[in-house]
Design a protein around this ligand. Structure first.
Ligand SMILES: Cc1cc2nc3c(=O)[nH]c(=O)nc-3n(C[C@H](O)[C@H](O)[C@H](O)COP(=O)(O)OP(=O)(O)OC[C@H]3O[C@@H](n4cnc5c(N)ncnc54)[C@H](O)[C@@H]3O)c2cc1C
Length: 297
């Protein structure tokens, strides 16, 4: 109930505008957001790299409605790829296609995405395409598959809560597209997604096995001990674990000590509200934790 309320709040545009400009927000968001600027975020990636953890850098922003905004996001991401390369940071970038204009024009979005992937190829890195709500899955996968065929250096994201995902895993495995498997972070109708956590978890374990046995270097993106244990039978060099900045540092360290590859998803930027609210919705206890810290500090 409270979770649904937090997801509802995450979609309120006026609240978003107010929160992103308020002065009291920064101390609240610090746990999950690596900073406002590219420089701050890269400094975090460098620190994390020194601990032996890889990163994927996410310039926050989604659902843009103006062409200039989509092009600005593209230019910012190009700058990020260049800077990561120049500073020898072990990092990919992650991006949402609605940030590159998917809601405005699919061709514009494709061209923006293509520029990022072309530069990623030149600089020997990869673009990871985050997955948004179910209405975007077909359009997102279609762009990722085209770019995979043209350049190769992409990663698709699939969500275990969707009924359709087993079919998508089979198709992407057959094409050799690397996949990040996550549980899924959006509020979805019951016609398309499992509503019960037990069903999502069971599907996650089943899909993870399909990816680990037949996929191309999958990423197991979860903080759930059971999901993690379900993947550890696979050879360590055939996949990586991925986790979010600010979540389960204990588990990140443990996996690293055991010799697994771990990549941290590092979000930054001023458009933090929807991302931050989804993190609260995943674990409503975070709300109490943040309020407690706010008053303590
Ligand atoms: C690297 C990465 C990339 C992702 N990309 C996408 C994407 O493109 N599209 C998408 O829909 N979703 C994405 N997600 C989010 C994902 O779908 C889940 O919503 C999120 O990871 C929580 O699921 P879980 O597997 O950790 O399991 P859960 O069952 O939600 O959590 C298991 C345990 O992990 C810990 N935990 C989980 N979340 C939090 C949190 N926010 N704060 C503190 N502790 C927490 C708690 O201890 C909890 O008991 C991504 C997640 C990761 C790790």
């Amino acid at each position: 109930m409270f979770r649904s309320f937090l997801i509802f709040l995450s979609q309120q545009k006026s609240l978003r505008r107010w929160m992103e400009h308020s002065t009291f927000a920064k101390p609240l968001t610090r746990r999950f957001i690596a900073g406002n600027t590219l420089e701050e975020a890269i400094a975090v990636c460098e620190k994390v790299n020194r601990e032996g953890i890889l990163t994927t850098l996410d310039y926050l922003g989604e659902s843009v409605t103006a062409i200039e905004e989509a092009n600005q996001s593209r230019d910012h991401c190009l700058r990020a790829i260049t800077m990561l390369h120049d500073r020898h940071v072990q990092s990919t970038i992650s991006v949402k296609l609605t940030q590159l204009g998917l809601d405005i024009d699919a061709d514009l979005c494709f061209e923006n995405a293509r520029e990022l992937v072309a530069l990623a190829k030149q600089t020997n890195t990869r673009v990871e395409f985050d997955m948004e709500s179910s209405e975007y899955v077909d359009r997102t996968l279609s762009i990722v598959k085209r770019l995979h065929e043209e350049y190769g250096c992409v990663r698709a994201v699939l969500q275990a809560y969707l009924f359709r995902t087993e079919g998508d895993v089979a198709e992407l495995n057959a094409m050799g597209v690397p996949v990040r498997l996550c549980k899924g972070a959006y509020k979805e109708p019951e016609e398309v997604a499992f509503a019960e956590k037990a069903d999502v978890d069971a599907n996650y374990l089943k899909l993870a096995k399909l990816l680990l046995d037949g996929g191309n270097y999958p990423a197991i993106a979860t903080h759930d001990d059971r999901m993690v244990s379900g993947a550890t039978y696979a050879p360590k060099d055939r996949f990586e674990f991925q986790m979010l900045f600010g979540v389960r540092r204990d588990l990140q360290r443990k996996l690293l000590e055991q010799g697994y590859r771990v990549r941290l998803y590092v979000p930054y930027g001023e458009a933090w509200y929807p991302y931050f609210m989804r993190r609260l919705a995943e674990r409503p206890a975070n709300v109490l934790f943040l309020v407690w810290n706010f008053f303590k500090n």
